[in-house]
Design a protein around this ligand. Structure first.
Ligand SMILES: [Cu+2]
Length: 128
């Protein structure tokens, strides 16, 4: 009986250690995600504008997610447009612009740079 309790105690102790240091093994969430998720559930997405390209150029999110797009211009002036959300922002060279949005309907929404006249674009894909 004493041995059984010892085994159970060891299993609990090991589980607690795993939960503390490797929670994705139990919760399915990576440590990085947990650390980078702000308390108010806003998802921060860093987007780099460089060489007529947005990186990443595909963003996946869920309906009612709150997204904070942080768009940085690396090599020239850009003008970020996301028409379905009535968003149009100048992003001068060397600056980062924060854009917050909360999609209410699923769909694929194209964003692009108006300076580059539709050559430079990406997709915001919203699912239920
Ligand atoms: Cu451009």
């Amino acid at each position: 009986m004493g041995k059984l309790l010892l085994v159970i105690a060891i299993i609990i102790a090991v589980s607690l250690v795993i939960l503390k240091y490797q929670p994705e093994l139990i919760t399915g969430k990576a440590v990085k995600d947990i650390l980078e998720t702000p308390l108010d559930n806003t998802r921060v997405i860093d987007i780099k504008a460089e060489g007529y390209t947005f990186t990443p150029d595909v963003i996946n999110a869920k309906v009612n997610d709150t997204l904070l797009l942080k768009i940085s211009s690396i090599d020239m002036d850009y003008r970020f447009a996301l028409p379905e959300f009535a968003i149009l922002n100048e992003i001068p060279l060397g600056t980062t612009v924060n854009i917050e949005l909360s999609p209410k309907r699923p769909g694929e929404y194209t964003f692009y740079c108006m300076q580059c006249e539709f050559q430079m674009s990406g997709k915001l894909i919203i699912t239920e």
